[in-house]
Design a protein. Structure first.
Length: 269
């Protein structure tokens, strides 16, 4: 440990990568299940099956009382949506966030997509821009001196796309717990942020909205919605930093295919 920030060995990072690839497969299964007429509960069940069949454990189920394996958020719901009997329709914008634990080490990732065909160009642009912001942040981490370098890269993409990072919600450290120090904001903040050090593992997760960056929590005490009802997207990966570079723990190729155009070559721990 370094202060409150947990530093991992390469061996521990490799276990986290095993958890991360399971999460990637769970998200892919949830997306495949997301057809018009399916329920958000169907997506949760698909993710749950993948995690269970891999012999891993969900880190969402029971977390502070959360009742499902995945968060499934639809349209104006930004994050922490509780899956259930809501029926998905053509053109819905869906974000799925889930995680897994292997040998006590956590993985956490999220994707956004449109069900069927998009009904508005702005929705597809939002999904793509939020994903670009994620990869810009990851690429910045490869050479970052401080966490604020990652935050600035994310905000720059949001500004270019004329979107707004959700205020008050940030990325985080990850390791033997799902949420650990340090915070990884999706926007510039005042003051000096922690230095990036080998051994850090971070969950970078931009949450961008078309309208106001203000939000509210519904009566279920979980689901976060945009205050003005505008649509939102959420992308996330868990990334390891070691002496020789970075590795995206929740991508089977370590992020190589998406980082190559940004001039970054990930290195396995």
């Amino acid at each position: 440990m370094s202060g409150r920030i947990q530093l991992k060995s390469r061996e521990e990072m490799r276990v986290m990568a095993r958890a991360g690839v399971i999460v990637q497969r769970a998200l892919a299964a949830a997306k495949e299940a997301a057809v018009p007429g399916a329920t958000t509960g169907d997506l949760d069940a698909a993710a749950s099956r993948v995690i269970a069949e891999a012999g891993a454990t969900s880190n969402f189920l029971g977390y502070h009382g959360f009742p499902a394996t995945a968060c499934v958020s639809v349209n104006e719901e930004v994050v922490h949506g509780i899956p259930g009997d809501r029926v998905l329709a053509e053109g819905d914008l869906v974000s799925v966030d889930c995680g897994a634990i292997v040998e006590g080490w956590h993985g956490d990732s999220a994707i956004s997509f449109i069900v069927g065909e998009p009904l508005a160009k702005a929705d597809l642009a939002l999904v793509k821009a939020t994903e670009r912001a994620l990869w810009a942040g990851i690429a910045a981490l490869a050479t970052a001196d401080r966490i604020s370098d990652v935050s600035a890269a994310i905000e720059d993409v949001a500004d270019e796309a004329r979107l707004h990072p959700l205020e008050g919600y940030v990325g985080h450290g990850i390791g033997t717990e799902m949420h650990m120090e340090p915070d990884v904001p999706n926007y510039r903040v005042r003051g000096r942020s922690p230095r990036v050090k080998p051994g850090m593992c971070l969950a970078i997760e931009p949450m961008l909205v078309i309208g106001t960056p203000d939000s509210a929590v519904l009566n279920d005490e979980w689901t976060v919605v945009s205050l003005d009802g505008s649509r939102a997207a959420h992308w996330e990966h868990s990334i390891a930093v070691h002496e020789d570079g970075i590795w995206v723990l929740t991508a089977a190729d370590g992020g190589a295919s998406r980082l190559a155009p940004l001039g970054v070559t990930p290195v396995a721990p």
